[in-house]
Design a protein around this ligand. Structure first.
Ligand code: FCB
Length: 453
């Protein structure tokens, strides 16, 4: 039967993971401590005091995981490199065993006909660098460039798709602003320079990768939500503008050569977060940040509705749909597929990236395996189907979307939530490390096979 929804030829169907969330083996083979090791080992930071010490034990089970990916028919795999596995002290001495791990992983993927997409920074900064000031200081950007050089020399002959940072907004605002993520600092006068050094190191890394990896395509992954105002009141509309400026435009505008958005500079100045203005910007920085990239990666999960006229006048984000599992995932994130069409259209028509990828999208539901070993996670399948339709609409409208990476291959360590949230299309039994392909995974396999549904 012909598909109703047909994707373009060569559309890349993949899954995404991140080193700290799946690898475990946190101090094996010379790996250095990361900020996430330190943060999770400090009681009280993570639900249930869970840690990534073992996680999915992927560092040992990677061959099995590649077989699983092959069975699912995946065309591509987005994973991240643990910087402290490669450079335990952040810079300087290279840990050959760390390099070997990723080199073998890449070979295994290529043998299985799966295209590797490498993310250089999915948040696990070497703790030594944090001790020297972390992302708020410029020397961390320099160390990132050194790390990028080492890894792109080692893998650049085989890896042709590179993502510099994953969600720098989350690192800056949640790592140094609200302190919900590692390193757990709560100081916006640090968070803003952190955002600048993340962006600066992105731009510098683009050229380094191109030098070391012929015909490579390089991009950055930004998180984006579909912001809506609950009413047409000035205050609600302003809340949408302000949130979008903080979480998206602050990062996208400089990458596309527009500099930092002036409305947000004004907001931060008012907040007292820029006591010395933007003095961390040095001549030439903004040009470096705007180094041309081959693609833009977007992580989309949900929408946010902004309502300010709450009883205590405290601006709140609320959701409008009935509280059923079909409309709400267990993260409390709304299933809002129209937002995916919306963000794709908006980003393409506003910024004109050459090419786009959805580098993450998916849903948390904790449906367990039944006695037959099947996982009937129909709500995840529903989430995926509706988002694929939404993505298809954007392609029909002319958005050059080249691929989609489902978050995630495996249930894994979900940051401050620990193991409570399960995003995988494969169930992981953390006691035995047994994997069970969920019904959504089987459905995804068929979509990939037919390039539609
Ligand atoms: C994103 C992160 C990813 C995962 C998903 C659920 O913000 O990039 O690591 O935790 O959320």
């Amino acid at each position: 039967m012909a598909n109703k929804i047909q994707f373009p030829e060569n559309f890349i169907w993949g899954v995404a993971t991140a080193s700290y969330q799946i690898e475990g083996s946190w101090k094996k083979h010379g790996k250095g401590e990361s900020t996430w090791d330190r943060f999770t080992h400090t009681p009280g930071n993570i639900r249930n005091n869970d840690t990534g010490d073992v996680a999915d034990d992927h560092y040992r089970l990677w061959k099995k995981d590649i077989s699983l990916m092959k069975k699912l028919g995946l065309k591509a795999y987005r994973f991240s490199i643990s910087w402290p596995r490669i450079l335990p002290a952040g810079r300087g001495k290279v840990n050959q065993k760390g390099l070997d791990f990723y080199s073998k992983l890449v070979d295994g993927l290529l043998d299985a006909n799966i295209i590797p997409f490498v993310t250089l920074d999915h948040w696990d900064l070497p703790q030594v660098l944090e001790d020297e000031g972390g992302w708020p200081v410029r020397s961390t950007a320099e160390a990132f460039v050194e790390y990028t050089d080492v890894i792109s020399r080692a893998l650049g002959d085989r890896v042709k798709n590179w993502i510099t940072h994953n969600e720098p907004a989350v690192v800056a605002w949640m790592g140094y602003g609200t302190g919900i993520h590692a390193p757990g600092l709560k100081d916006y006068t640090l968070a803003i320079p952190a955002s600048h050094h993340l962006l600066l190191s992105h731009g510098q890394a683009v050229s380094v990768i191109h030098n070391n990896s012929q015909n490579a395509e390089v991009g950055i992954t930004l998180n984006i939500s579909w912001g809506m105002a609950a009413s047409n009141s000035r205050a609600d509309l302003d809340a949408v503008r302000s949130t979008d400026g903080e979480w998206f435009r602050w990062f996208a505008d400089p990458v596309f050569g527009r500099g930092y958005p002036s409305d947000k500079i004004a907001d931060y100045t008012k907040m007292g977060a820029l006591p010395n203005g933007m003095d961390f910007i040095q001549p030439g920085d903004m040009e470096i940040i705007a180094t041309p990239i081959e693609f833009m990666g977007l992580n989309y999960y949900s929408r946010h509705v902004h309502r300010t006229n709450t009883p205590d006048n405290d601006p709140q984000i609320t959701f409008e749909q009935p509280k059923t599992p079909e409309h709400w995932t267990e993260m409390g994130w709304e299933n809002y597929p129209d937002g995916l069409t919306g963000i794709l259209g908006r980003v393409y028509f506003n910024y004109q990236p050459r090419k786009l990828y959805i580098t993450e999208n998916g849903a948390s539901y904790s449906t367990p395996p039944n006695e037959k070993g099947n996982v009937p996670d129909e709500y995840r399948t529903h989430y995926l189907r509706t988002h694929f339709i939404a993505m298809h609409k954007a392609i029909q409208a002319g958005v050059p979307l080249a691929g989609y990476f489902l978050w995630s291959l495996l249930d894994n360590f979900e940051w401050s939530w620990g193991y409570m949230q399960r995003f995988g299309i494969v169930w992981v039994d953390y006691e035995t490390q047994k994997r069970y392909v969920k019904d959504s995974g089987k459905w995804y396999r068929n979509v990939i096979r037919k390039n539609g549904f």
